[in-house]
Design a protein around this ligand. Structure first.
Ligand SMILES: C[S@@+](CC[C@H](N)C(=O)[O-])C[C@H]1O[C@@H](n2cnc3c(N)ncnc32)[C@H](O)[C@@H]1O
Length: 383
């Protein structure tokens, strides 16, 4: 173990200023703030740095793992300063240690969660890192599929990641899910039913509820039609549905959605169909709900542009919030990012925590896409 790692084991109490000065001294002497236990072990064994190590147990991991259970408020403040110093020297927030845990995961497991100064600092670091990555992405745009494969074929890309691949994939409706046929990616699953009901309730809570005709609402992404069925229970004046996948559109036709009074099916990607509505300038919504597949947060950023143009002043926008939901700490990071981004549009986002009564079973799909016990349901309105 290096002197840096030993210091962060917090063997002597109380955890006071002396830790901070010693930490600064060690980092100034040239020990990297990202120096891992795995690297130290390799050096001690006279080996080269492990190349692309599977695990990165960083100084920050050691620090949060070493926090005593009875840490005092004053000691927590000192540890916060130590974290600050480590971040200043380049420590990362999302490396995974020998147990596959990030620093935030360890704090979470130790029940140091929202409101805890150390957890909040990690979330803040996550937000900064994500925003920086986004900026870098804007400066260095990703190559298109064609540029990357050189042959213009999208089929070698993952349908869950790449929209073109997804829209060309065969789908299958099972008893409880909509999945891609080849890879068994879960496009939609019925464990989300309660969430869809809650989202429908939000859609009818504000806006033009008093008018004789009723509200005009828009759902982006039909999937299994769960939310659209709930929406129909409230008989809106107009119910727009955006859907891009041919197999889903075929299912909608078969189930008679095209013939339902007030239902308008916008065939194609919302990026095209809603932009056309925006250009026409004669339809505005009391509520917009967004839940697609194989899209990324960058698509949501584009959607915000559209939403502000199509939402009535009293209207509400919501979406299926699975952003970063493979880890509670990432889920918290993305909640902050969403709030910040929407604020730039003059929109205010409030999240309602919902304890999930039915935890998802992933046995029939390739990979889980939600690993948190609490779902944060967003309601977004003009501030
Ligand atoms: C998760 S499912 C929606 C589930 C739906 N909320 C429900 O209650 O069943 C996602 C749907 O969005 C559709 N979709 C994906 N990308 C789209 C896009 N860019 N424009 C329109 N629809 C899209 C998919 O084909 C799929 O039917």
């Amino acid at each position: 173990m290096s002197s840096l790692h030993s210091l962060l084991a917090l063997d002597s109490r109380p955890i006071d200023e002396s830790y901070i000065s010693e930490l600064k001294r060690l980092l100034k002497s040239g020990i990297p703030a990202t120096y891992t236990l795995e690297q130290a072990a390799a050096h001690e064994a006279g080996q080269e740095d492990p190349e692309g190590p599977e695990f990165n147990t960083t100084p920050l991991h050691i620090l949060v793992r070493s926090l005593p259970d009875d840490v005092s408020d004053q000691e927590s403040k000192t540890v916060l300063e130590m974290m600050e110093v480590l971040f200043e020297y380049g420590a990362g927030w999302n490396f995974l240690d020998f147990e596959g845990k990030s620093v935030g995961d360890i704090l979470w497991d130790r029940r140091m969660r929202e409101g805890n100064i150390l957890y909040e600092r990690v979330v803040e670091a996550g937000v900064s890192a994500e925003l920086l990555l986004r900026k870098l992405g804007e400066l260095m745009p990703q190559p298109s599929v064609e540029e990357e494969t050189g042959d213009g074929e999208a089929s070698n890309r993952d349908a869950a990641e790449n929209q073109e691949t997804y829209l060309n994939s065969d789908l299958e409706y099972t008893d409880s899910a909509l999945v891609t046929k080849d890879n068994r990616d879960g496009v939609m699953m019925d464990w989300e039913t309660d969430i869809m009901r809650l989202a429908r309730d939000s859609m009818f809570k504000y806006g033009d509820t008093s008018s004789e005709t009723g509200p005009v609402v828009c759902n982006i992404g039909f999937g299994m039609g769960i939310i659209d069925t709930f929406i129909q229970e409230r008989s809106p004046a107009k119910h727009y549905i955006c859907e891009a996948h041919p197999a889903v559109l075929a299912r909608m036709r078969q189930e008679g959605w095209y013939d339902r009074p007030g239902v308008v099916v916008l065939e194609g990607r919302w990026q095209d169909t809603l932009s056309a509505l925006l250009d026409a300038g004669n339809v505005f919504f009391d509520a917009i709900y967004y839940d697609t597949f194989s899209e990324h947060y960058s698509d949501m950023l584009d959607l915000y542009d559209t939403v502000v143009g199509l939402l009535k002043p009293e209207g509400v926008f919501s979406f299926f919030n699975g952003l970063g939901a493979d880890r509670p700490v990432c889920y918290d990071v993305y909640r902050r990012i969403v709030e910040m981004d929407l604020r730039d549009y003059g929109l205010k986002c409030s999240f309602e925590p919902v304890q999930l009564s039915q935890l998802p079973s992933w046995k029939d799909v390739r990979r889980p896409y939600f690993a948190c016990e609490t779902y944060y349901h967003p309601e977004i309105r003009f501030a």
